[in-house]
Write a protein that binds this ligand. Structure first.
Ligand SMILES: Nc1nc2c(ncn2[C@@H]2O[C@H](COP(=O)(O)OP(=O)(O)OP(=O)(O)O)[C@@H](O)[C@H]2O)c(=O)[nH]1
Ligand SMILES: C[S@@+](CC[C@H](N)C(=O)[O-])C[C@H]1O[C@@H](n2cnc3c(N)ncnc32)[C@H](O)[C@@H]1O
Ligand code: SF4
Ligand code: SF4
Length: 352
């Protein structure tokens, strides 16, 4: 079998079933997988313009990714989010989605989903829906085409909009993610709420996090969502909702629009105590926390044996080292420390 082909006959490992529980008693049921570090955009808060991406030979093949994800599913992972870089630019990525469908069909996996910049969505939306994807997150920080080109360095907002149209036409539930950026989209938050809710989409606002070196100073970008929420109260009635998606967002209902608005505030609100996730990179490195450097190599045990046992054991050992939480320092993000981010890798390595 060619290495890029997926063995659809492979089911869960024989020793499946041992749940992943970390030292703080948190059950790990959510795996975020960055299938590529490459991207067709260069969002200014995420990457520098001149990025060096991994050589292709370092990447896990799609078959290896399939095998690794299947081991996680065998160990109790119920939710899989495919991210990147831009996941939809990875060659033949739809074959990977097709492969994961078997775990949805067996009931072992409850949710298969994707976070995308939307640039390639128009051509993949129907296929994603056919693979059992029900909802997706699309990142979009502005509705102004010129500002969009500026923030992504060269992205085409029209294509993203076509992608969102195609996703909704395919029956996918769409959530829009927008990073709240000082002096950039503060004045667009209300129009984006009206637009998203008018189309039946949730909107989630994200605070900038200090990950990876970029060309700009993050102190110029940081906008506190506490401040945003306070200013929205002048206009809207916000009702706190208990809703949880398995993600870190805290939601409110905006009574005037009837839609949901999420806030992801990793710096000002600590949601680590209920953390349920770990992150796998496209090279098979497992990060036990978005905000820490510690990681475990799963590629070596994966390649060392035909049996899934060594890698299953390596995953258990890694979970036993999962830290309590991140050490993001608000002041560092707010006042800047351009040359010294809290975590040296870019967000695109783990996919957020
Ligand atoms: N600090 C921290 N931030 C996170 C974590 N998970 C997600 N985020 C942030 O949330 C952003 C949006 O994540 P998404 O990929 O849309 O996923 P999500 O919000 O978990 O998705 P839902 O399943 O829709 O709740 C990420 O880019 C990160 O910025 C986490 O575990 N810790
Ligand atoms: C790294 S991207 C990967 C998936 C895809 N390319 C996209 O943009 O949706 C995932 C999310 O991380 C967010 N993100 C990237 N860098 C960030 C940072 N430094 N702080 C906060 N969010 C960031 C993006 O806005 C996006 O919503
Ligand atoms: S946020 Fe997503 S689209 Fe933007 S540069 Fe990072 S990986 Fe690419
Ligand atoms: S920062 Fe780390 S511990 Fe906290 S929610 Fe994110 S991954 Fe979990």
């Amino acid at each position: 079998m060619a290495s890029s082909e997926i063995d659809f006959t492979r089911t869960l490992p024989a020793d499946a079933g041992a749940p992943l529980i970390d030292p703080f008693g948190r059950t790990i049921s959510y795996l975020r997988v960055s299938v590529t570090d490459r991207c067709d955009f260069r969002c200014v808060y995420c990457m520098s313009e001149d990025m060096t991406f991994l050589p292709k030979r370092d990447l896990l093949t799609l078959e290896e990714l399939d095998r690794l994800c299947s081991v996680f599913v065998g160990q109790g992972v119920k939710k899989l989010r495919i991210t990147g870089g831009e996941p939809l630019v990875r060659r033949n990525i739809m074959r990977f989605f097709e492969g994961m469908t078997r775990h949805l069909e067996s009931g072992a996996l409850e949710e298969l989903t994707v976070t995308t910049n939307g640039s390639q969505l128009a051509r993949h939306a129907q296929h994603l829906a056919d693979c059992g994807v029900k909802r997706i997150n699309v990142s979009m920080d502005t509705m102004n085409p010129d500002k969009f080109r500026h923030i992504t360095r060269w992205g085409d907002l029209g294509k993203v909009m076509q992608g969102i149209d195609a996703a909704q036409a395919a029956g996918l539930k769409v959530k829009i993610n927008a990073v709240a950026l000082k002096d950039f989209n503060e004045d667009e938050i209300v129009p984006m709420i009206e637009w998203a809710h008018g189309r039946g989409m949730d909107l989630t606002l994200i605070e900038v996090m200090p990950l990876g070196e970029i060309d700009e100073d993050r102190s110029d970008q940081f906008l506190s969502l506490r401040q945003v929420r306070a200013s929205l109260l002048d206009r809207y009635t916000l009702t706190d909702l208990p809703d949880r998606t398995g993600g870190p967002a805290r939601y409110v209902r905006i009574e005037e629009t009837g839609g949901r608005l999420g806030f992801i505030t990793p710096l000002t609100h600590n949601f680590c105590e209920s953390c349920n996730r770990v992150r796998l990179t496209c090279t098979g490195t497992l990060y036990m926390c978005l905000g820490q450097e510690d990681a475990a190599d799963l590629r070596e045990p994966l390649r060392a044996s035909e049996s899934d046992e060594p890698v299953a054991r390596a995953i258990q050992n890694a979970i036993a080292r999962k830290p309590k939480g991140h050490d993001f320092v608000i002041e560092r993000a707010r006042h800047g420390d351009k040359g010294n981010p809290a975590v040296s890798r870019h967000m695109s390595v783990t996919g957020g």
